[in-house]
Design a protein. Structure first.
Length: 191
């Protein structure tokens, strides 16, 4: 069966059927154009292969001042202990081929800096209302994430005060620590 017969069979080449032929040509033109674009190799908009490795606290967990609200602590009225997660991320084009130890610590200087540039003022969390028993973590080679916990004792917190506990990445064995997401600002607001 020739192409002409097949096209007649589908109703495209009926005698005096100019509209059918026009549709066929448009269809073939579209297929041709699509076949040309399928071979195109786009370069990515941003080449991350030259960025290097950055150690960060994941933003969706409240890392950085940009996500200050994400690190607000809200406890139930009868909670005696609660925890908040700090999710650490190795942001790099490729997973590291070595284990990496990341050390964390409370950075009260950032609370003072926050208070000097904002209208809401925060007191330091008293040592009796939180504990941070494990302050470092080792992320295995080829892995990217690990989590640390800070424990809070809500019944000991004075709910008439604002408290702020900035916890920062202190050391990442020579890797770059994120300037934007290197600290999480745990805080409570007076009720």
């Amino acid at each position: 069966m020739s192409i002409s017969l097949r096209l007649r069979y589908f109703g495209c080449l009926k005698p005096n059927n100019y509209i059918g032929m026009k549709k066929l040509y448009i269809y073939l033109l579209v297929l041709y154009l699509l076949s040309l674009s399928s071979c195109k190799k786009d370069k990515p908009a941003i080449d991350f292969s030259t960025v290097g490795t950055i150690i960060e606290i994941l933003p969706e967990n409240g890392g950085g001042l940009e996500n200050f609200g994400g690190a607000e602590l809200n406890f139930g009225p009868t909670d005696t202990i609660d925890s908040a997660a700090i999710v650490l991320n190795i942001a790099s084009p490729y997973p590291l081929n070595k284990a990496l130890t990341i050390s964390m610590g409370v950075n009260d200087a950032l609370r003072n800096a926050y208070n000097s540039s904002n209208t809401n003022q925060y007191d330091a969390f008293p040592d009796s209302v939180f504990s941070f028993p494990v302050t470092s973590v080792t992320i295995s080679a080829s892995q990217r994430l690990d989590t640390l916990q800070v424990y809070f004792y809500p019944t000991k917190i004075d709910t008439t005060k604002n408290y702020l506990l900035p916890v920062s990445i202190k050391d990442a064995q020579g890797e770059t620590i994120s300037g934007n997401f290197g600290t999480i600002y745990f805080h409570t607001n007076a009720k």
